[in-house]
Design a protein around this ligand. Structure first.
Ligand code: ADP
Length: 398
């Protein structure tokens, strides 16, 4: 049996795909489809250094996946004859129901769709992605890998909101956590890279991409994470505020006259770095700060302040930390964020070595000084590989 897996990550108007060998991690092709449903869509194919792109209308996800397949075929790879062992789907919300990689059946698909009440911006797109893949690759097992799964077993004290317990229970309101595939993969890589038994490590992981989250992991098991019922809670993100006073929401409704959809748009698309500075991309934020833009500097300071608040909280929750790891776009690339997030913490055994921090590499690396009490690392995440391995493991029973 071939170990080639197609990994799909569908958003509301985009999809990302990767064709890879689950065992060797070798990527055959990857790419994305953007602006689905808009007048001018875009399809990108990448294999090694080779990149091709097409633009044109893409009415829906099925057409998007077909366009991606066409481009893959035009570049010498035929999805129909590769012997794809499984399609691994990143599914955002598994609710209380799904916390393992799950073979998609009609019932499973219906339940994922029902869970859209908890993730209205994400699960509907995941359902469409699964249906599209079933149509284009009939007979190939479809496996759902849930972004919430890793955090399913959070301790009750960490997962419970102090709301009216009956209301919370009636509506599935608890902390679920997201980016779980990344936190699990990265914390596993840390133990592997350091040659340590994961059971002996207290870890804090910062996944800092467009979305951002932190987790506290004891002996391989998460004990807390910053995202909640939805991916809005926690750290400051590209376009989301992270933690805010919940009283702001009724205030916006009553005083500013916003309806629930307006509030959702404000919190998901127009807040965070973008809300404060006008830009959500960290590189642009850096350029603005370099030009002396005060709003951009404030956005950066708020971002760092929130990171440090979570760092402190998780150090105490864990009762001491062995490793602090940065991952995803900002975490892997921003020398400044890593330095500023951990500045002045020498009395806690935490320091960043400037020369090590400045190194650019695609491999895991330590950036704390030799012999430091707390090991600080940069570990590139690879959610596609983790999903491919989970899907392949499920269909091969390994
Ligand atoms: P997503 O959540 O969309 O998967 P990524 O993990 O790709 O996001 O992270 C995107 C973020 O990473 C963007 O804010 C981008 O500006 C930032 N980023 C990428 N490269 C760099 C870099 N060299 N320096 C600073 N930030 C970077």
């Amino acid at each position: 049996m071939s170990d080639v897996v197609l990994v799909l990550n569908c958003g509301s108007s985009s999809l990302k795909y990767q064709l890879l060998h689950a065992e060797s991690a070798r990527v055959l092709a990857s790419g994305l489809v953007e602006r689905i449903g808009e007048p001018e869509g875009r399809v990108v194919f990448e294999a090694g250094e080779h990149t091709v792109e097409h633009t044109g209308p893409i009415p829906d996800h099925r057409a998007g996946l077909r366009a991606a397949f066409d481009l893959v075929r035009a570049n010498g790879l035929d999805p129909a004859t590769l012997g794809i062992a499984a399609v691994g789907h990143r599914v955002v919300h598994g609710g209380e129901v799904f916390y393992r990689p799950t073979l998609v059946t009609d019932d499973v698909l219906r339940t994922i769709s029902d869970l859209s009440v908890l993730a209205p911006l994400h699960n509907p797109a995941n359902v469409i992605g699964i249906e599209s893949a079933e149509q284009l690759l009939p007979g190939v097992p479809q496996v759902a890998v849930f972004d919430t799964a890793f955090f399913h077993g959070l301790p009750a004290a960490a997962r419970t909101y102090a709301l009216d317990a009956k209301v919370a229970a009636a509506h599935g309101i608890r902390k679920y956590g997201f980016h779980g595939t990344s936190h699990e993969y990265v914390s596993g890589r840390v133990a592997e890279f350091l040659g340590r038994d994961p059971n002996t490590l207290n870890q804090i992981v910062f996944h800092l991409g467009n979305g951002a989250s932190a987790s506290a992991i004891r002996g391989g098991t998460p004990i807390d994470t910053s995202m909640g019922l939805t991916p809005l809670e926690g750290l400051v993100m590209g376009t989301r505020p992270g933690d805010i006073d919940p009283g702001i929401v009724p205030h916006l409704v009553r005083v500013a006259g916003l309806d629930p959809d307006d509030v959702e748009t404000l919190l998901n698309r127009n807040s965070g770095l973008k809300g404060l500075s006008g830009v959500n991309d960290f590189r642009e934020l850096g350029r603005l700060i370099g030009d002396g833009d005060a709003a951009a500097k404030l956005a950066y300071d708020v971002y760092i302040h929130r990171l440090r608040r979570y760092l402190g909280a998780y150090m105490i929750e864990l009762g001491g930390v062995d490793t602090i790891t940065f991952t995803a776009g900002v975490g892997e690339n921003s020398v400044e964020v890593r330095a500023d997030a951990l500045a002045g913490l020498e009395r806690f055994g935490i320091a960043v070595d400037p020369a090590r921090n400045a190194v650019r590499a695609r491999e895991p690396r330590v950036i704390s000084p030799e012999g430091a009490e707390v090991t600080v690392l940069v570990v590139p995440t690879n959610e596609e590989l983790a999903i491919a391995r989970a899907a392949f493991g499920l269909v091969t029973g390994s």
